[in-house]
Design a protein around this ligand. Sequence first.
Ligand code: BTN
Length: 249
Amino acid sequence: MKIIHSIGDNIINLETVDSTNNYLKELLKVETPQEGTVIITQEQTAGRGQVGNCWESNKGENVTLSFVIYPTFIDARNQFMISKVISLGIVDFLKTFITDVKIKWPNDIYVNEKKIAGVLIENTLIGNSISSSIAGIGLNINQKTFSPALPNPTSLSLETGDTYQLEELYETLFSKLNYWYNKLKTSKVDDIDIEYLFLLYRYQKLHQYKVGDEVFTAKIIDIDQFGRLCLLNEKKELLQFAFKEVVFL
Ligand code: BTN
């Protein structure tokens, strides 16, 4: 009989680590932790963000965790689905406390035009399939001041005025992540796509974007199968961009 494990069934707590993503990456070299194994830490000394950025988080104030899943059932071409389900899980979690939570493509979580969470997904591909996926979540909870170098950070505490016990949040977060990951496991792709677009920051609204030196007005009309941003400009031309090819102004 195959035992099915969920995200959060097995938790490894670390006082301090360079990066929870790095820790899982190293662990995967020597063993195969059960699916959904989570590494939670109080402090990262070299937390990583997307495209080589750092992820800063005050010790003990925020959620900084990574978990491993084995989505071998999806094609490598569809790997953006993993991003979608993780973003949706985080949004559902935040919606238990606040409204107006959005996903800024590809997977930043925004509240009132400010970033409250970021996700770093690192997939290992074998041929056309995904053998493992490490998903790191940085979710600002109690931190109230941030480095001025960050453009627009916020936290749950800044949004609600409350202070939270981190240990009391994990169960809800994991249940929301499992809900959406199960949708992927059971091929409920339409449910995922519809909800992702529904929660997408700036979806169907005219805004300014920048590509190279060119600034133009366009609206987001879709995210394609490969996770590219699909914009319709004022000349009704369809433009598609991979991450970092376009800047939101
Ligand atoms: C981003 O928005 O740039 C992604 C940030 C991801 C940060 C999390 S914190 C836990 C995990 N470990 C890391 O080193 N990074 C991710």
